[in-house]
Write a new protein. Structure first.
Length: 246
């Protein structure tokens, strides 16, 4: 997996006398997570500044704002009848989570794979074809496609990293369908598969084999450029069941 993209900081807004850097998706973007942050990092983001960041990112109007005990500020933004919940770190101003379909406001983001590519990756990962809907969100600082499939009349989803096309996570029913009786792969092979998911050097810091009701999964923690990732691999089929930043 390549290092996540950054949204290039290009525009300054004056908010209550404080300069706030607003991100844009320029062609010269460097590689890190999508970020909107205070131009000055000398003090934490306040509610007014968080509202300005969320408004600028979504392009709508703030309808609600709430400071949480976990060090984040949650801002609700409405645009064209759609609601988006934007979670911002108070300490840095980084947008870490966006709940709401970003495809409705930015369907041609050049920094991510297309919807069609994401659908192809999801279909291949879970051996399913009947897609119900596709949404684009931000989770833990990464753009993620959530792709919902119709499985026996139920809505089940797979999440795909929108920059690499790799699986971020999948619902348990897909894990069960992929897992068939057979020999378990070795711990060394599991490590090799996990580190192969990253373009940068990845170091395995912990690996465990979890077996529950006959379903065996390697749970692996890795360190990549100082960032921790959790990877789960089916111990029989070798399928990547989860790959997300911790």
């Amino acid at each position: 997996m390549k290092k996540p993209m950054i949204l290039t900081l290009t525009t300054l807004l004056a908010v209550g006398g404080t300069s706030v850097a607003i991100a844009s998706t320029g062609a010269n973007a460097t590689e890190t997570e999508p970020t909107l942050a205070l131009h000055s990092e000398e003090k934490p983001v306040n509610e007014q500044e968080a509202a300005a960041l969320a408004e600028a990112f979504i392009g709508g109007n703030v309808t609600d704002i709430e400071k949480d005990d976990d060090g984040t500020i949650e801002v609700e933004v409405k645009r064209d009848g759609e609601e988006f919940d934007v979670e911002i770190l108070q300490q840095t101003g980084e947008i870490v989570n966006v709940d709401g379909n970003l495809l409705k406001i930015d369907p041609t983001n050049p920094e991510i794979i297309s919807v069609e590519e994401a659908e192809t990756a999801a279909k291949k990962a879970v051996n399913q074809e009947d897609i119900l809907k596709v949404e684009l969100e931000i989770e833990n600082g990464l753009y993620v496609y959530e792709i919902d499939f119709n499985v026996n009349g139920e809505d089940e989803d797979v999440k795909i990293n929108a920059e690499t096309g790799s699986v971020v996570s999948m619902d348990d029913i897909f894990k069960a369908n992929l897992h068939e009786q057979g020999d378990l792969i070795s711990m060394d092979e599991a490590k090799s598969i996990a580190t192969g998911e990253f373009e940068q050097q990845a170091t395995v810091t912990e690996i465990d084999l979890d077996t529950d009701d006959g379903f065996s999964v390697y749970e692996i923690e890795l360190l990549v450029d100082g960032v921790e990732y959790d990877v789960e691999i089916d111990a029989v089929s070798k399928a990547i069941l989860k790959n997300e930043r911790d």
